[in-house]
Design a protein around this ligand. Structure first.
Ligand SMILES: [Zn+2]
Length: 238
């Protein structure tokens, strides 16, 4: 902690890979990494949540006056940084998958430098694909028509193009729907279930939503890969 942020104002909250960045006025930034189980919740009054660790309180008492960081497993990190240290930290963060620099060449380079890794768990490697969460990894494979067990080195050029398109859809979905990405347990910051689940084609689905659009009914197959729930359609994905 470079300084005590008491009395400072949060002017903007943005995302970079798995980090949330709070821009502060008059100066400085807070960096929050949610770890495995962290989440931020907005509320009218302070939460009685026993795992609430940090509270920001809006003295103007606007609609949602309290922002609380909750982390039952305490794997998250929080840094309060001055502008100079923040710049250094920001420069060291990997290119986020939502960045224009994360294009199909970057995806190809990443895949072909780890050819023996199964694609779905590999998508969760934050050094390789910063910002991809578990539900996103299943959704990207589904929308790109790739089985989650395929090896990175076997993904073909046209499939990489589909992966890029799928990433764009999944990322924009997460943003439009109030940030499903940051909603540990699929809640948005107001504590309600994220709208994002409505747009999912395989994750947490009983039937493949892509098949349904073509008038076909296909049961989704759920497996576990590297300890994480994985969903795929046996018809749409090869
Ligand atoms: Zn399908």
């Amino acid at each position: 902690m470079d300084f005590d942020p008491t009395g400072f104002t949060i002017t903007k909250i943005r995302r970079h890979a798995k980090w949330l960045i709070f821009d502060l006025a008059p100066h400085g930034h807070i960096l929050s990494h949610l770890g495995m189980s962290g989440s931020w919740q907005m509320s009218h009054a302070p939460l009685s949540e026993k795992h609430g660790h940090i509270e920001f309180i809006d003295k103007n008492k606007s609609e949602f006056g309290v922002l609380t960081y909750i982390d039952p497993r305490r794997f998250g990190h929080l840094y309060v940084l001055n502008d100079e240290n923040f710049k250094k930290k920001e420069d060291s963060l990997p290119i986020d998958i939502s960045s224009p620099d994360f294009d199909k060449e970057q995806i190809a380079l990443t895949l072909y430098s780890h050819p023996h890794k199964p694609i779905k768990p590999f998508l969760l490697d934050q050094k390789a694909f910063p910002g991809v969460g578990n539900y996103m990894a299943s959704e990207i494979c589904a929308r790109a028509g790739i089985l989650p067990t395929r090896l990175a080195g076997d993904i073909e050029a046209d499939e990489i193009e589909k992966m890029k398109a799928a990433m764009d859809v999944v990322i924009s979905g997460a943003v439009e729907t109030k940030g499903t990405t940051f909603s540990g347990g699929y809640r948005d910051a107001n504590g309600s279930k994220g709208e994002g689940v409505k747009h999912l084609v395989v994750f947490y689905q009983y039937h493949c939503q892509m098949c349904l659009e073509r008038g076909k009914v296909t049961k989704i197959i759920k497996t576990t890969m590297a300890g994480r729930g994985t969903y795929h359609c046996p018809v749409c994905q090869k």
